[in-house]
Design a protein around this ligand. Structure first.
Ligand code: NDP
Length: 354
């Protein structure tokens, strides 16, 4: 596989399960597995929506692997049983990824935590499953960039600062990953590895309008973002994230958590890289001054002063050594990731010229 330096054997004789196959990351994971000739049991909430699944069906037709769809919902106990039957590997990617919700308990925590329990209870009842790769997040490691001021954050770090009131998405990912490690530790049938990506960008199997990653990239090019918020974050390419899932599934010794992060960067740096390739698009060229954000953030942008103070003008520091050493991940530059994703938005008519 081109995004890893490790050699490993992909067993195509048994199917693998991918939960939430309609998601952005899952789409690229499905694509790479199909390219390798794997048979995929893909869980989706509503397989009767044929149009919604056509792009995945098309990927199945043009690649050596095979895709079969199974109906399952995170909140419906036992609904993953048919999907997992006969699978040796389960990739659990399904979880709501939304930064702003009405009811964090109901909209984020419950599907993430109950969903993970539900999925892993079914794994416990499916003797063929030997390994689970969970899509966790850097959100299970940190809440604010200021937390890495003194030391780079690595896989030893757990998020202890998110709450229902402050960054509940981070809380949902932390609690879900903790439940997964507890359940993994109480049995011997299967092993767990987690992938903890920073902000994932890069071209999807198609444009996903509801994906937070695509919404962010779209806002940089459709004229809605007039100035770049000056906060830092990590970015990683979706193609490397997909490969990391596969490496964590098939490398026999892969274990534990894996931070996936290509570069510690920010909106302004990404916008700058895009402007040089797409000069005719309304990509912002100004950094929003911290003082202005401090004044208007809480009322106009829904950003609290705590969040501004802990993140504005602070670049986080994530250590990705383990992903390179254990999974062999070869990271491409974020500028190239952003360029390829923006090109997809241009090709699909999602952003227009000035
Ligand atoms: P998407 O929003 O594109 O996909 C989310 C997936 O989860 C969809 O397939 C969705 O199904 C499914 N899902 C949500 N709720 C339920 C439910 N109740 N029952 C069954 N399926 C459900 O997200 P991403 O691909 O971006 O994220 C995938 C995973 O990666 C998540 O766990 C997210 O936390 C994690 N992650 C994402 C990052 C990013 O930057 N994108 C960064 C780090 C981690 P449906 O299509 O039916 O809505």
């Amino acid at each position: 596989m081109s995004h890893t330096s490790k050699q490993f054997t992909i067993d195509t004789s048994k199917p693998v399960a991918v939960t939430g196959a309609t998601g952005y990351i899952a789409g690229v994971l499905v694509q790479q597995l199909l390219e390798q000739g794997v048979t995929i049991h893909a869980s989706v909430r509503d397989p009767s929506k044929k149009d919604h699944l056509q792009y995945l069906q098309n990927l199945g037709e043009k690649n050596p692997g095979t895709i079969k769809f199974f109906k399952a919902d995170l909140l419906e106990e036992g609904s993953f049983a048919k999907c997992f039957d006969g699978c040796e590997i389960v990739f659990h990617t399904a979880s709501p990824f939304q930064l702003s919700v009405d009811d964090p308990q109901k909209d984020l925590i419950e599907p993430a935590v109950k969903g993970t329990k539900n999925v892993l209870n079914t794994v416990n009842n499916t003797p063929s499953v030997k390994r689970v790769v969970l899509t966790s997040s850097i959100a299970a490691i940190y809440t604010d960039s200021s937390e890495s001021k003194n030391n780079p954050l690595n896989e030893e770090t757990w998020n202890r600062t998110a709450s229902l009131k402050y960054k509940p998405y981070n809380l949902s990912k932390t609690l879900a990953e903790q439940v997964a490690w507890e359940m993994a530790g109480s049995q011997t049938q299967w092993k767990l590895a987690t992938i903890n990506p920073s902000m994932v960008l890069g071209p999807g199997a198609r444009f996903h309008p509801s994906s937070t990653s695509f919404k962010m990239m779209k806002s940089l090019g459709d004229g809605s973002m007039k100035a770049c918020p000056n906060n830092g974050f990590g970015v990683v390419d979706v193609r490397e994230v997909a490969t990391a899932h596969i490496a964590a599934a098939y490398i026999p010794d892969a274990k534990g958590r894996h931070i996936l992060n290509a570069e510690n960067t920010g909106f302004y740096e990404i916008a700058k890289a895009l402007r040089s390739h797409f000069p005719k698009y309304p990509i912002p060229s100004y950094k929003m001054p911290k003082t202005l954000l401090w004044l208007i953030g809480p009322t106009m942008a829904g950003t609290s002063r705590k969040e501004i103070s802990n993140n504005c003008e602070v670049i986080p520091n994530f250590d990705h050594t383990k992903s390179v050493q254990e999974l062999g991940i070869k990271y491409r530059p974020v500028a190239k990731t952003a360029e390829d994703m923006f090109q997809q938005l241009v090709d699909e008519g999602v952003v227009g010229k000035k």
